[in-house]
Design a binder for this molecule. Structure first.
Ligand SMILES: Nc1ncnc2c1ncn2[C@@H]1O[C@H](COP(=O)(O)OP(=O)(O)OP(=O)(O)O)[C@@H](O)[C@H]1O
Length: 277
């Protein structure tokens, strides 16, 4: 058996008395897409931040293609090598893009840093093309672009590094539904053409259904259910997963039905469910 692309083993992280992540383990295979879902405060983002290296784990380890990802890196070469293992795309690209730097320059600088011996020109064109940004966008500043275009820039910058794993933290949550669909299609297309693995952090089960083949359901820092996306979404075993599914607004729901579902879900974040946990 080849080593999985990413293996997380027993990750834990507490903030004071809050166990934000509690013994979380999962595997992402080469070319795979794993969704981490759960309500607010379930520990999804902290898990993602540990994978990326933005947060340290109190316990547990991350392996990329069998090699332990060091908790600390020393020097530029190690920092760049680590960045090539995992890249992250955030919900709001305005916060992660420099407001004074145009699209082409962002990509040029990233490529120069990681691949100083290569001519960046052809690769920049390839990346813009890959994420569906025309040459007109190449000179634009982030604020001159739409939300969807900015997310494409953030994606192009992450892909420029040729990472093994791309972590997407609520990466389409701020976009309206049609733009969301375009970005999700784009991500599916990139996955078909590369060996990249996705780790999708989202509270949106519709997104998970579209772009992941496996999911992990988190609640209070723990994994309550894991398995093939189709299986978990069509025949959820854990009551919390069922609750999450029941709280997804459906066409035709009146506002009070949506409000009730949201209330039920948010009270379940603080009070334990009665059944098997
Ligand atoms: N830096 C921090 N300091 C203190 N507590 C934190 C910190 N980061 C996260 N937490 C706590 O850890 C728990 C898990 O938070 P986390 O952001 O990982 O959850 P989440 O599932 O991503 O939620 P959301 O969808 O609301 O972002 C929460 O109770 C949160 O308040």
């Amino acid at each position: 058996m080849p080593e999985p692309l990413l293996h997380a083993d027993g990750l834990s992280r507490s903030f004071g008395a809050v166990r934000a992540v509690d013994e979380v383990s999962f595997t992402l295979r080469e070319g795979g897409s794993l969704g981490i879902v759960g309500g607010s405060g379930s520990g999804k983002t902290t898990t993602a931040r540990i994978v990326v290296g933005l947060e340290r784990a109190d316990a547990g380890e991350i392996r990329i293609r069998g090699r332990a990802r060091p908790a600390r890196v020393r020097g530029r070469a190690q920092r760049l090598a680590r960045a090539r293992e995992v890249q992250m795309v955030f919900q709001d690209p305005l916060l992660s893009l420099d407001p004074r730097t145009g699209v082409e320059r962002v990509l040029r600088e990233t490529l120069r840093l990681h691949f100083p011996d290569r001519d960046p020109g052809p690769r920049i064109r390839e990346l813009l093309d890959q994420v569906g940004l025309g040459t007109r966008a190449a000179d634009a500043l982030p604020r001159e672009l739409s939300g969807g275009q900015r997310q494409r820039v953030a994606l192009a910058r992450a892909l420029a590094v040729e990472p093994a794993v791309l972590v997407l933290d609520e990466a389409v949550a701020a976009l309206d539904v049609s733009v969301q669909a375009q970005i999700l299609n784009l991500l599916a297309d990139i996955r078909r053409r590369t060996t990249i693995g996705y780790l999708f952090i989202t509270h949106d089960l519709g997104v998970v259904r579209c772009v992941t083949d496996e999911i992990l359901v988190m609640r209070h820092g723990r994994v309550v259910e894991a398995g093939a996306t189709d299986q978990v979404l069509t025949a959820p075993e854990h009551p919390y997963t069922r609750l999450l599914l029941e709280s997804v607004p459906r066409p035709g729901w009146k506002p009070d039905r949506i409000a009730t579902a949201r209330r039920e879900l948010s009270s379940s974040q603080t009070s334990p469910l009665r059944r098997h946990e």
